[in-house]
Design a protein around this ligand. Sequence first.
Ligand code: NAI
Ligand code: MG
Length: 492
Amino acid sequence: MTATLTAPVTARPRVRQTRLLIDGQWRDSVSGKTFATIDPATEMKIADVAEGDRTDIDLAVKAARKAFETGPWPAMDARHRGRLLYKLADLIEKNKEELAALETLDNGKPIKDSLAADLPLVIDCFRYYAGWADKIHGQVIPVRGNYFTYTRREPVGVAGQIIPWNFPLLMIAWKWGPALAAGCTIVLKPAEQTPLTALRLGELAMEAGFPAGVINIVPGFGPTAGAALVEHPGVDKIAFTGEYRTAQVIMKAASQTLKRVTFELGGKSPNVVFADADLDAAVEGAHFGLFFNQGQCCCAGSRLFIEESVHDEFVAKLLHSVKKRKIGDPFDPATDQGPQVDKAQYDKILHYIEAGKKEGARCLTGGGRDGDKGFFIQPTVFDNVTDKMSIATDEIFGPVLSVLKFRDINEVVDRANNTFYGLAAAVWTRDVGKAHAIAHRVRAGTVWVNCYDVFDAAAPFGGFKMSGMGRELGEKGLDNYTEVKTVVIAKD
Ligand code: NAI
Ligand code: MG
């Protein structure tokens, strides 16, 4: 399995936009600085992008504040906000191939996935929240005395949104959809690894007709642009997706201004296969649940617990399937696995692969770099993994699967819960009692039964424990962007 960069079937896209979007204008950064965004398949520079820092964030926040307080946005009918969101979804659909190609170029994910997973989920998410815009309402509350009391759900204000690089467009959809439906204004800081699709989406948002200042985009780095956004007193709320250590820094900084914070962080999700499961379906779920998106998923099923009696049979089937993965040029429509997003992630993953070998796990396939150019890593499966090995405790965020054996349900529940993470879990069984037991007893924000990675814009997603705070998607996701106001009126 060598990464051969074959002739692309989907054309590599042209980069149209590399500047900051502030107050409806495309601008260079005040400092004039830029940073390079890299194609992880070739390690070559794609483009130089304007690098925002504290000064640019300040301008963007001021524009967002102004747009929140005056101008067409706060006066707009909720239904019209919904129409703008539908229009943006339509424009994304119209430019689907270009956006998918740009995502593949900047992130390295296979074009097959960008087209079949990322883009359809993005479009669906915007349409879902478009429908909510005029359905966010309060209550009339029967109170003691001669008063008429009702609640309003008002937008929280200026939302600072800091997103990662693993699903650049989808993370925007999860954050812009509910924020715009609720009537907030936005300052988005995309990940420094993948700024390009955010900027193209900014162009489409302007084309859709969102008023100036409602959506501002400031590419830049975490400790500069990101930190400035978190500290800015003009920002009411921070929504962040990324590493839990970054969330700790953000929470501390946000405490100065008591900003509302919501976090969607990582995981070490248990994927539990009982002997009575449909093993072929479970093999597919174990494979897809870990290797999808080069293993760069917050909810990756990275701890695969297999009931001892079927372990050998299962592992043989799994290996057969993993060895068929086609790794290589992400623009080749047959490619299953592209490069990791950058050198830092690539190094981190190789470090864990070495740690797994040293700690005594058995490497059944993979175990190193693929090819000699680009951040490609072989699909790797470790067997004989025990609970204390670092490959069983730490989020690797790469194509490295740890197989663990178990004997009974109580044991596997305890071991599945023996982590500070709690994002997702899955169970494979034909026994409905076992399915419910795992679904209820494992402390995780999502539990998949006989499936994996099934997402829907209508279904809330988020973490227990250190995997997050709050929920995105669904009706729940709107709570992150609204404040409840109680109005009490004396009747006479
Ligand atoms: P990160 O949490 O550092 O970066 C995510 C975003 O936060 C980026 O936009 C970054 O610029 C920003 N950021 C970084 N430091 C900041 C700060 N001090 N203040 C404000 N914003 C800041 O994640 P990174 O370094 O890209 O990846 C490290 C590990 O985090 C990965 O190996 C993986 O384990 C985990 N991760 C989890 C993700 C998830 O989906 N839950 C997504 C990305 C990473
Ligand atoms: Mg970081």
